[in-house]
Write a protein of this length. Structure first.
Length: 163
């Protein structure tokens, strides 16, 4: 059996024969500051790695929170869009119904109401009516009010690009 324990024979073998590193000619008091500097550097790197890991974790949490808020924002935006569409449709329905009411009134009665309205407001209703109905109401207005409403109607699309 081979003895694997170091004994007096292994001590007699030169360091080169034992495959041990040769001393660099540095004394312990010269090596210790280098070892301390290396240990300090390793501790600093370890501390920075831990700090980076903590930052990465914080960034990951922040990204998840941003993603969650973006999803919530998109849902709120979709809900707002649906609500605005509903409101727009309801407003359009109200204007259409009111236009029908004015169109179905006797022209003289409707003209009395249109005399009191702001010309831009009344022009909006007249523009939605059939031409013969609008003409009957315009005929019942005073000439100055009928002229003002006609100017508003004629200029409604003047600013629209031609091409």
């Amino acid at each position: 059996m081979i003895d694997t324990q170091a004994g007096p024979l292994s001590e007699a073998i030169e360091p080169a024969e034992r495959n041990e590193p040769k001393p660099l000619g540095l004394k312990d008091d010269e090596i210790m500051p280098l070892l301390k500097a290396m240990n300090d550097r390793e501790a600093l790197i370890s501390k920075r790695e831990k700090s980076m890991a903590i930052r990465m974790q914080a960034l990951s949490v922040a990204e998840q929170e941003i993603d969650r808020k973006m999803i919530a924002l998109q849902a709120a935006e979709d809900q707002l869009r649906a609500t605005m569409s509903l409101a727009q449709t309801a407003a359009e329905d109200d204007i259409t119904n009111l236009t029908d009411v004015y169109a179905n009134m006797k022209p003289k009665q409707a003209a009395a109401l249109f005399e009191e309205m702001d010309p831009e407001f009344s022009a909006g209703f007249l523009a939605r009516m059939r031409p013969d109905t609008a003409a009957s109401i315009l005929a019942g207005l005073s000439p100055s009010v009928a002229y003002t409403i006609s100017v508003v109607l004629a200029g409604r699309n003047a600013e629209v690009p031609k091409q």
